[in-house]
Structure formats: structure tokens, C-alpha cells
Ligand binder design. Structure first.
Ligand SMILES: Cc1ncc(COP(=O)(O)O)c(C=O)c1O
Length: 402
């Protein structure tokens, strides 16, 4: 997008969400950018076709897979939200993970991943990357730079981060780990879906930031998308080239929905953050609860790192029950909630609950969280209603334990 901000005061997040990715000022036309679909692009001459083809790393119309103005508008919005310079929209959040991993890793390389990583990322590393000859070491997510350094091998090329882990919510010391990685020439890739705009990855040493736009950006549980954002031109070339070679593509209709979703992201997130914290606080005071894994909650694991690096928090967190309750009892509790759907993909307008015990695969260290766990996503419902629902659920839990 052209930079017309020279001499103006920097704008706030809500203002930027309202105006990014669309024509502003005194123009004649609709508020929203049009939805553009297309595969074939026509050129006025063979020479212009050849010239534009050379600019395939840029936002130019080359062919449908290279993007339409609808993709470009969304790319600009995400790059702006994350403080990066360039962004590639891909089909899903998982594709936003696999595309840069394939861009920066090759046969014989070694990758470092946190043990708390999103399950399908682990499966990709243990499955396809391993088949391609890439070895992955899973490290304890709360590792410090001194313990990380000896894990770096001569062939290590990627340090992968996810902070907090999306089921167990360990916070990572991103700037310290990224600094260590950079002294050894590694690329730092981070799944920043939880951090969204609350964590500005490029200020803390991340090279490539991954978002599952399926979550709060789209925000309505009706579409899937992912984004890969970079700050350095060389990283952009690698990501964009991999995306094009893989044929990565996202439907412009879904991009248009994401642009529409992003206009209200600020108010939704603000509301969901406050409701999430209200429910988390209420749960933390209950005798059935061992601990609440919400990094923004004072006293929760990782709170100090959250406070240092994040400006807010989304409404996804874990709840650990005291060990006298079984995992089966927590499942009975979830089955009996009225307002919480049983589902995985968070960031929508509706609340969700999920037992997490079975999803926590650990290879670096076996961790005892203190009891059976569930994960909650708090939606846009009235928090008092959600708390009343959870109170009924806790009665089921207690009855189950006898
Ligand atoms: C942290 C995290 N990253 C990535 C993804 C993948 O997103 P998608 O469902 O769009 O593939 C998810 C989905 O749950 C997630 O929780």
C-alpha cells in the first residue's frame, strides 16, 4: 500500500483496523474493496506479460495463484497488524505452518520445536519432514537460552516457537531464544496465533510470523485461512517462492470474509479478553480447580513473560482440576455444559470446551500439570451466563467424583 502517513501522528490499532486495506479519504465508491475472483490474467502485450512475470514476488496480477486485489488487501492488513512488511495468505493456519517450514528446511537439516507445539505441527515434523530427511528435536517450551544453545547442531536451520502453547499455555522467552538462535544463524519461525496483535513478533527477533486467521481474524467459525508474515526481504523471497511452488492458494471469498472480520476484531477481542479473564478469575477461586493456565492472569505460569512482552490476551486458556477428579469426570462435566460447544477451533464468537489431556504429547519431558485438564474458549456470550453454566458443570464434576 502507498505510504500516505508521512507527517501524520501514528494511528491507534482500532483506527488502523477500520482503514487498512481500503481506499480512504474523499473517494467516490463503496466503503469496502470489491471481491475479485479470477484465474487467467490478460496482458496488453507479450512484453508486458514477460515484465510482470518477473515481479511475481510482488503484489501484481500475474495469475490467479499469485493473488487478486482481495488477497493483497488482506495481506496489507495482516502485515500491518503484526508489524511486518510483507504477508502471504495461504489456505489454512496449518498451511501457514508447513509452508515456511518447507521454505527454510531441506534434506539433512535439523529443526528445534517446543514440546508444547500445536499437535498437527508436531505430526508434520514427525511425518513429512522426517520422510524428507529433516530431523526435529522437541525441546521443553520454557527452556532458557543457555539450555537451548547446546541443542543447536551444525545443521540446525530453524528454531520454531509457539508462545503460549495452544493446549498447555507455557510462555516462551522469545527475545532471549531468538537472540541465541540468531548468533548461530538460525531462522526463527513463530506461530503467533494466540499473540495476534498483542505480541509484535518482529520487535522480539522473530523472522517469520505465522497466524491461523481461522481464529479471531475470521472470527465467525465459518472459514479457514492462514498468513505468513516477514519483515526482511530475503525471508519474504523464501516464503513467497515456497508458497508459489506449493501452489498455495486461498479463496478470495474467504479473504473477503477475513477483511470483513478484521474490521470488528478490536471490539471482539477487547470484549473476549475481558470475559475470558472474568471466567478465568472465577475458576481460579474455585476449590475444584488446581490452577488456571491463562498467562494474563496474575500468578499463572508465564505471567511475568506475558506482562513483559504482550499488550493483551485472547480468550483461550486451560483449566487444571485437583487430582481427585478423573479425566473421565471432566469429560462428563463438558458433556453437560449448555453454552459451551465441544470443539477445537477457537477465536469464534461462541464459547467452546475441550478435554486436553489426550492431546498433550510430550517427548522432551513428561510434565505433570497437577490434575486432569480442559481448555476453554470464551466467546461473546454474557460472562455471567457462562459462569452459571460452568457452575452447573462443576456440580456434575463433583457428583461424578462422589
Ligand atoms: C495455535 C494454532 N496454530 C495453528 C492452527 C491451525 O489453524 P487451521 O485450523 O486454520 O489449520 C491452530 C488450530 O487450532 C492453532 O490452534
Amino acid at each position: 500500500m502507498p505510504d500516505d502517513t508521512a507527517g501524520r501522528r501514528p494511528q491507534g490499532f482500532y483506527t488502523r483496523l477500520s482503514h487498512a486495506g481500503r481506499a480512504g479519504g474523499r473517494t467516490h465508491g463503496f466503503v469496502n474493496p470489491p471481491l475479485v475472483r479470477g484465474s487467467t490474467v490478460l496482458y496488453p502485450s507479450c512484453a508486458e506479460r514477460a515484465a510482470l512475470g518477473k515481479r511475481r514476488l510482488d503484489q501484481v496480477l500475474v495469475y490467479g495463484t499469485h493473488g487478486t486485489p482481495t488477497h493483497f488487501a488482506l495481506e496489507d492488513m495482516i502485515a500491518e497488524i503484526e508489524g511486518g512488511t510483507r504477508c502471504q495468505i495461504v489456505s489454512t493456519g496449518l498451511a501457514a505452518i508447513t509452508t515456511p517450514l518447507l521454505a527454510f528446511l531441506g534434506a539433512g537439516d535439523h529443526c528445534l520445536m517446543p514440546d508444547s507445539v500445536y499437535g498437527p505441527t508436531r505430526n508434520f515434523a514427525a511425518g513429512m519432514l522426517a520422510r524428507m530427511g529433516v530431523e526435529t528435536t522437541f525441546y521443553p517450551p520454557t527452556i532458557g537460552p543457555d539450555a537451548l544453545a547446546p541443542l543447536v547442531r551444525p545443521n540446525t536451520s530453524v528454531l520454531y516457537l509457539e508462545s503460549p502453547g495452544s493446549h498447555t499455555f507455557e510462555m516462551q522467552d522469545v527475545p532471549a531464544l531468538a537472540a541465541t538462535a540468531h548468533t548461530r544463524g538460525l531462522k526463527v519461525l513463530m506461530d503467533n496465533t494466540w499473540g495476534l496483535h498483542f505480541f509484535q513478533p518482529f520487535r522480539y527477533g522473530v523472522d517469520v510470523s505465522i497466524q491461523a486467521l481461522t481464529k479471531y481474524a475470521l472470527g465467525h467459525s465459518d472459514a479457514l485461512l492462514g498468513s505468513v508474515t516477514t519483515a526482511a526481504e530475503g525471508d519474504w523471497e523464501c516464503v513467497r517462492t515456497a508458497g508459489l511452488q506449493l501452489g498455495q492458494y486461498a479463496s478470495p471469498d474467504d479473504c473477503w470474509l477475513a477483511i470483513r472480520g478484521l474490521r470488528t476484531l478490536g471490539v471482539r477481542l477487547d470484549r473476549q479478553m475481558r470475559s475470558g479473564l472474568a471466567v478465568a478469575r472465577w475458576l481460579a477461586a474455585r476449590p475444584e480447580v488446581h490452577s488456571v493456565l491463562h498467562p494474563a492472569l496474575p500468578g499463572a505460569p508465564g505471567h511475568a513473560l506475558w506482562k513483559r512482552d504482550f499488550s493483551g490476551a485472547p480468550s483461550l486458556f486451560g483449566v487444571v482440576f485437583v487430582p481427585r477428579f478423573s479425566a473421565e469426570a471432566t469429560r462428563a462435566m463438558i458433556d453437560n455444559l449448555d453454552l459451551f460447544g465441544i470443539g477445537a477451533s477457537w477465536g469464534g464468537f461462541e464459547s467452546l470446551a475441550l478435554p486436553t489431556t489426550g492431546f498433550v504429547t510430550r517427548t522432551a519431558e513428561q510434565k505433570d500439570f497437577g490434575g486432569p485438564m480442559i481448555r476453554l474458549h470464551i466467546g461473546l456470550e454474557d460472562p455471567a451466563d457462562l459462569i452459571a453454566d460452568l457452575e452447573r458443570g462443576l456440580a456434575v464434576l463433583a457428583a461424578y467424583a462422589g
